[in-house]
Design a protein around this ligand. Structure first.
Ligand SMILES: [Zn+2]
Length: 74
C-alpha cells in the first residue's frame, strides 16, 4: 500500500497516510492525527526534493559574469 505525505493546514504538521490507489482516487482527505483537523493537503515531498537537488547539478550558471573574476573565460 503506498504511503502519502500530508500536511495539516491547521497545525502545519506533516504525517504519513497509507491508502490504496482506490481510496486516493476517491479523493482522500485524511484527518490530522495531531489535532484531528480535516484541513489537510497532500505533500509531494519526494518529487520536490528530487527536482530541487537535480536543479543544483544541471542548472546553467553564467560562468563569465562581472563577479566571475579574471581568467574565467580563458
Ligand atoms: Zn493538525
Amino acid at each position: 500500500m503506498p504511503l502519502y505525505d500530508y500536511q495539516c493546514q491547521d497545525c502545519q504538521r506533516i504525517f504519513e497516510v497509507r491508502a490504496t490507489f482506490k481510496e486516493k482516487e476517491a479523493g482522500l482527505q485524511p484527518e490530522c492525527p495531531y489535532c484531528q483537523s480535516k484541513q489537510t493537503r497532500q505533500l509531494l515531498t519526494l518529487g520536490l526534493f528530487l527536482r530541487t537537488s537535480a536543479a543544483g547539478d544541471s542548472i546553467d550558471l553564467p560562468a563569465c559574469g562581472p563577479s566571475a573574476g579574471p581568467g574565467c573565460c580563458g
